[in-house]
Ligand binder design. Structure first.
Ligand code: SF4
Ligand code: SF4
Length: 435
């Protein structure tokens, strides 16, 4: 029986990491449902972007208040988790503060963790106030109802509780307090427990220790269901982010070839296609569902932090149009999750559920409200490109369904007939100068 806590601890670790690994596999499977795209170019530039944007948080600090608070939470969380190593060794082998033999170095380490835990607690509290008391506009847009709103708050509560448990654990650890080294914050919490017997203090310390590690395991698994997944996916997403100039649109290879053929006076329009050329024509032009998007776009949907920086800069949204780039990303993730569940329920095969991203999640009105200004792309702190999804779906509407708005159809007909978007003969285009 003496080893029971160690066995329970080992089981908790196996369950916690096992369930997490299972869900990571699911995420990878879902992302791979996307179309292939070649992002193997410019490795050094990609690494630089990842180091600058994800690791260095360079785009976060454009909004200094949330940027600095976010950096505190980010650094705090990473560094405090180093302490996990000690917890795991203690839990598995029944030791207590195995690294305390390091003496003053140990005190310095734990002292740093305590200060960071305290700063994380303060930052998270300010985040909560900004969301719930000050009610920053971007957190109260129409797409931020129900789960997205609760999820944002749950994460903050989780972090508050985890940091508190860490400090309580240190404050009630009689031996640690007696060391009088590294207890820079917990020494002020310890008096709250004065007068309690050593046995009671020990029970509180053990309780906080267990809840702290179990809480971390639960939080780890919560990531899969939450926008907080960005703490892991921000790295690959910034690595694979778009390198081309923001305004540069991608061309459909098949269409480009077709146009080149049309422009080539020597081309034989009746020539038989080259062997294998039929395969190069995409089965569908543009995207109507998540499987038509490429895997980087699907990775981005899982990475979106739902921060709303894109939406708060979107001119369409600001002028009251029914478009929010954040919602485009959230819808893509929701639909992808739905497709993933469908595959799970049907033994690994997707069974048509009569739904798709276009229409059931994202409306035509939203898509045509976009001005293609790229403000959302510029604002995103984790290199997400919501515009690329909008454009793929518009491409589907135009090329597969001829469902462009009348104004656009008129413009395209004019370009075809007059070589310009206006309804004038080419010769009359400069008439305005004589007015
Ligand atoms: S590109 Fe479209 S979605 Fe993005 S900010 Fe501009 S109008 Fe909004
Ligand atoms: S797309 Fe980027 S800016 Fe927009 S909500 Fe998601 S993470 Fe934030």
């Amino acid at each position: 029986m003496q080893y029971l806590p160690n066995i329970i601890f080992a089981l908790a670790l196996i369950l916690g990491f096992g369930y997490f690994a299972k869900n990571v596999k699911k995420i990878i499977r879902n992302i791979k449902l996307g179309q292939d795209v070649d992002v193997s170019d410019n490795k050094s530039e990609r690494f630089k972007n990842m180091a600058r944007i994800a690791l260095g948080q360079s785009k976060m600090v454009r909004r200094p208040v949330s940027g600095v608070l976010h950096i505190v939470v980010y650094v705090g969380f990473i560094i405090i988790n180093i302490e996990l190593l000690e917890i795991i060794i203690d839990g598995l082998f029944g030791t207590h503060r195995i690294f305390s033999f390091l003496g003053s170095a140990y005190g310095f380490l734990i002292g740093t963790f305590e200060v960071l835990a305290f700063l994380v607690f303060i930052s998270v509290t300010i985040f909560w106030v900004r969301r719930n008391i000050i009610k920053l506009k971007r957190f109260w847009k129409s797409e931020m109802k129900g789960w997205p709103k609760n999820d944002g708050n749950f994460i903050l509560y989780f972090e508050m509780v985890l940091m508190s448990l860490f400090l309580i654990m240190n404050a009630t650890d009689v031996h640690f307090q007696a060391m009088n080294s590294g207890n820079v914050i917990s020494q002020y919490i310890a008096p709250l427990f004065s007068g309690l017997s050593e046995t009671t203090l020990d029970s509180i310390e053990r309780g906080a220790w267990w809840l702290h590690i179990l809480g971390i395991l639960v939080f780890l698994n919560y990531l899969y269901f939450s926008k907080h997944l960005h703490i892991l996916l921000a790295f690959p997403n910034t690595y694979y982010g778009k390198l081309k100039p923001k305004g540069q649109l991608n061309n459909l290879e098949a269409v480009t070839k077709e146009v080149k053929l049309m422009m080539d006076p020597n081309a034989d329009p009746f020539a038989a296609p080259e062997e294998g050329a039929e395969d190069e024509v995409p089965a569908k032009f543009g995207a109507s569902d998540v499987q038509d998007l490429n895997w980087v776009q699907l990775l981005s949907a899982y990475t979106c932090t739902e921060c709303g920086r894109c939406t708060s800069a979107c001119p369409a949204n600001l002028t009251g149009k029914k478009l929010s780039p954040r919602k485009i990303m959230m819808d893509t993730r929701d639909r992808l999750e739905e497709v993933g569940k469908n595959i799970d329920a049907n033994n690994g095969e997707f069974k048509d559920d009569g739904k798709q991203l276009l229409g059931d999640y994202i409306t035509h009105e939203e898509l045509w409200a976009c001005t293609t200004c790229n403000a959302c792309v510029e604002e995103c702190p984790v290199s997400i490109d919501p515009l690329s999804i909008i454009l793929e779906m518009r491409r589907y509407l135009v090329m597969e369904q001829s469902a462009a708005p009348t104004e656009l159809n008129t413009m395209m007909t004019n370009i075809e007939n007059n070589g310009a978007p206006w309804a004038y003969n080419q010769m009359d285009r400069l008439n305005w100068k004589d007015e």
